[in-house]
Design a protein around this ligand. Structure first.
Ligand code: ADP
Ligand code: MG
Ligand code: MG
Length: 870
């Protein structure tokens, strides 16, 4: 029903059908919204009549009349799209109030104060949502009234003052907008319905949909529902609750409420609410009933429910239920617990966790042994650690965030207008609001650390500072948030690698049992290899050798090798590098014992190992001008000549990859010798090693056959000398479109293909990645010329087609050909799914992304089965 009724409407309908206490109402379908927007904002024919007849049904069920001065029906008008969009579109409460019906409410309830309180809320909300008049204007007037009456809380204002407040509000609207506040309840309702329709295309809703990849053509439904009142005294109240803890996943009812409060008081963080557990003492029967309903809803929907409720004079009403948003940590625990409780299957549990979100679990937390300077403590609203400089404004947070600065967005409380700043911030800090405040909910959804309701902070948004005790922190100061404890810490703090929970390991075990695709890692050091293995890597898909050359004791040797004019000189220097390389490979083979290790031969252009051309030119110029050190000058001049001679106008397409080895075969020979000597060493110890030697940047089969012939003989020679046999393979990267197009011929000489999707993307699009990302690519993405960044999510249409062709031709030429992806795409869930469908043997990604790839691979398998079953 969610497509038609929206999530909220579907939930209300289903709860009503199940006999739960829901105030009567009706839902205007999303199709009406789409018609309205498509039709120049004219209500679809017949809609008004249908609204009137449905309203009569609500009148019958409540025994009240809409607009009746004696016994008036009041309604809420609530938006609700298919996907919940927290705080995106505002609800109007108490619609139907005017100067006549308010008298009816007074005589019905005998509570004048309550009636005017509802009335003033309605005028403010309606003016805000429908007339677009900012709420803070009303708040300012309210503050004046409170000040004049000498009270602190809204609840302390008496009926007469509230009545005057309503007048003041309406007068302000007339003066500022030139509009008489609508008195006719039917006019109010029609205007409200249209406002909800229009709110589908307000900018913040569009931002939210863009960020969450929600289609723009779904439209929103409108729910019109009889009001129930949580602000009728201390046997009334309103609250929100989760069937399990959305932050940790702990199986315990979790929520917050306020007595004598209405509507969004809890969510908006106006007052800091009480934990749900205290309701058991305050209103025990209501609490028991709520517990029962919550359990029922969770079992019915087979997932954690996020529920909104209101208590009117001791009677409980359910106002909303939906699947609860949760942190990654909670998602894992909840999925595993639900499966263990028999509520969902293991496959479903695997499908319930968003692979990309695992990133958060694998990210650092604050070192418990670190000396920290805790300046304040708030609510642990969204876990994880974040360090950044303080920023007090969402626009500023966005601007600095885009410049690559790490910022902590600090507000009294956040609202939907702050979303863009939250997106670019490392973490969010608020001084007001509870665990279900806007800041907390949105930060959890984004997986960002958040400390909310940190009431000891006195935030001064004007001066962009906060004061706590006698300390003041301002814009530009660095703080660290611990979203798991609620601590706000001065300065940057050391962090530790995360620990993996039992539930995390469990869901991974289930994923491994399901998936068909292998997952390897990209690792250049034994430490990375060991970590990746802990994360479940089944080998190394890409070991780059160039980083090994960058180390301080090796770089000078490499540089001399590059400077050498004659081959025999080069060989001398390479011989010095051999023991280092052998040691590197030995370490990696040991860390990956029993698993395949793909080593890529030297790939980058040689000038990367030499000083920068411009820097060096400057140095030479300075030395020349000062004439201080003629010897150094001569050395630098020689170096500069070499740098000049190696300078290429397009290094990405220059002397690199297999072209290096074809120009200077001795470099490859040294590397293969090091690989094979290390492998023979381990094999001699009885250990299992599976070296895979990968030749990069092949475009023509003859490149491969030539390089391979040279290197085969080195490998054979090493094994003969060592008297040990090692099961090694030669293979190549497919990263030039021509290689993909001629994959059949190439497979004759390669035992494996590894798709180097970074280069393949560069060469297929004709973009140089480093240039593209800094210049036009963000513009392409903003203006929707490209839907996704092709360097993050594999371009299936173009690059994917080349891969498909290579897979087909390669397997035809050599059925046992091993196929994999290395490159960042190997850890992108959508690309992993694509790799599964291509029928590759494995993906390879950075160690921290290994669990993400394992889970995504399992989901691809389950997804395929589900499609087949349908
Ligand atoms: P959101 O989509 O922002 O959650 P809702 O439509 O759920 O907005 O409305 C926000 C709050 O307004 C609810 O949590 C509830 O407290 C209050 N509310 C909505 N409808 C009613 C109603 N019929 N009676 C009483 N309170 C209501
Ligand atoms: Mg809302
Ligand atoms: Mg709600």
């Amino acid at each position: 029903m969610r497509d038609l009724l929206g999530g909220k409407g579907a939930g209300l309908a289903e709860m009503t059908r199940a006999g739960l206490p829901v105030p009567p109402g009706f839902t205007i379908a999303t199709t009406a919204c789409n018609l309205y927007l498509a039709n120049d904002e004219a209500l679809p024919a017949g809609l008004e009549d249908q609204i009137i007849s449905q309203l009569q049904e609500v009148e019958r069920l409540t025994d009240k009349r809409f607009g009746d001065p004696q016994n008036p029906l009041l309604v809420s008008v609530r938006s609700g799209a298919k996907f919940s969009m927290p705080g995106m579109m505002d609800t109007i409460l108490n619609l139907g109030l005017n100067d006549r019906t308010v008298e009816g409410i007074i005589s019905q309830t005998g509570n004048e104060r309550f009636a005017y309180d509802a009335y003033r809320r309605f005028v403010a909300m309606f003016s805000n949502v429908v007339l677009g008049y900012k709420l803070h204007h009303f708040e300012a007037v309210l503050e004046q009234f409170k000040h004049r009456a000498g009270v602190k809380e809204d609840t302390d204002l008496n009926a007469a003052t509230l009545k005057d407040l309503v007048k003041a509000y309406k007068a302000m609207i007339l003066k500022e907008l030139g509009i008489d506040f609508p008195e006719d309840p039917f006019v109010q309702l029609k205007m409200a319905v249209e406002a909800v329709f229009r709110s589908w295309k307000n900018p913040r809703a569009i931002t939210y949909r863009n960020h969450n990849k929600i289609p723009h053509d779904l439209g929103t439904a409108v729910n019109v529902q009889a009001m129930v009142f949580g602000n009728m005294g201390n046997d009334s109240g309103t609250g929100v609750a989760f069937t399990r803890n959305p932050s940790t996943g702990e199986k315990a009812l979790y929520g917050e409420y306020l007595l004598n409060a209405q509507g969004e008081d809890v969510v908006a963080g106006i007052r800091t609410p009480n934990p749900l557990s205290t309701l058991a003492n305050e209103l025990p029967e209501v609490f028991q009933q709520f517990v029962t309903i919550a359990e029922r809803l969770e079992r019915h929907y087979r997932d954690v429910q996020d529920m909104e409720f209101t208590i009117e004079r001791g009677k409980l009403y359910m106002l909303q239920t939906r699947n609860g948003k949760r942190t990654a940590q909670a998602a894992v625990k909840i999925a595993v617990d639900l499966a263990n409780e028999g509520i969902i299957s293991r496959e479903e549990a695997v499908m319930r966790v968003d692979p990309a979100s695992l990133d958060q679990l694998l990210h650092p937390r604050i070192d418990p042994n670190a000396k920290i300077d805790v300046i304040a403590r708030g609510l642990p609203a969204s876990p994880g650690a974040a360090t950044g400089t303080l920023v007090f404004d969402a626009d500023e947070a966005e601007r600095l965030g885009r410049e690559g600065m790490k910022v902590i967005l600090t507000r009294v409380e956040t609202c939907p207008d702050d979303i863009h700043g939250m997106i670019m911030a490392q973490g969010v800090l608020t001084s007001r609001g509870g665990m279900t405040s806007h800041a907390a909910v949105v930060a959890r959804g984004m997986g960002k650390p958040c400390v909310a309701g940190c009431e000891s902070l006195r935030v001064d948004l004007e001066r962009r500072t906060f004061t706590v005790g006698d300390r003041t922190f301002g814009e530009g100061d660095t703080v660290t948030l611990n979203g798991s404890t609620g601590e706000v810490i001065a300065g940057a703090v050391p962090t530790l690698a995360p620990e993996l929970t039992d539930e995390f390991r469990q869901v991974m075990v289930w994923a491994d049992a399901i998936r068909k695709l292998g997952v390897r890692t990209n690792a250049d050091t034994p430490e990375d290899a060991a970590r990746a293995r802990e994360f479940g890597a089944q080998g190394i898909g890409l070991c780059r050798t160039e980083h090994m050359f960058m180390q301080p004791e090796r770089l000078p040797v490499i540089q001399k090798m590059i400077m050498a004019e004659a081959e025999h000189e080069r060989r001398e220097h390479l011989a010095k590098l051999l023991p280092f390389q052998r040691e590197d490979f030995e370490g990696i083979f040991r860390a990956m014992e029993g698993l395949p290790v793909t080593v890529r031969l030297l790939d980058p252009p040689l000038h990367e190992f030499l000083p920068n051309l411009v820097d060096l030119s400057c140095e030479v110029a300075v030395l020349k001008a000062t004439g201080s050190d003629p010897k150094l000058l001569r050395e630098k001049e020689t170096l500069l000549r070499k740098v000049h001679s190696l300078h290429e106008s397009n290094p990405m397409m220059g002397l690199r990859g297999c072209r290096l080895g074809l120009t200077f075969p001795e470099i490859n020979e040294m590397q293969v010798r090091a690989i094979m000597e290390a492998a023979c060493q381990l094999a001699g110890e009885g250990k299992k090693v599976y070296p895979e030697i990968m030749i990069p940047l092949i475009g023509h089969v003859n490149e491969l056959s030539t390089v391979k012939a040279q290197l085969e003989s080195v490998a054979q020679q090493v094994m003969e000398q060592a008297g040990v046999q090692v099961a090694y393979r030669f293979g190549t990267m497919i990263e030039i479109p021509r290689a993909a197009l001629t994959a059949g011929a190439i497979a004759e000489h390669a035992e494996f293909f590894s798709f180097g999707t970074n280069d393949l993307t560069q060469m297929t699009f004709g973009y140089s990645r480093d240039d593209a990302e800094g210049r036009f690519l963000s513009h392409y993405l903003d203006s929707k010329i490209l839907k996704d960044n092709p360097f993050e999510t594999l371009d299936q249409e173009g690059v994917g087609q080349l891969m498909q062709l290579a897979v087909k031709q390669g397997r035809k030429a050599r059925p046992e050909l091993k196929l994999g992806i290395c490159g960042e795409h190997g850890g992108d869930p959508a690309s992993v799914v694509f790799a599964h469908h291509l029928g590759l043997d494995y993906v390879s990604c950075s160690p921290f992304r290994v669990p993400i790839a394992r889970l995504a691979a399992a989901q691809a398998t389950v997804g395929t089965t589900q499609m087949r079953d349908k």
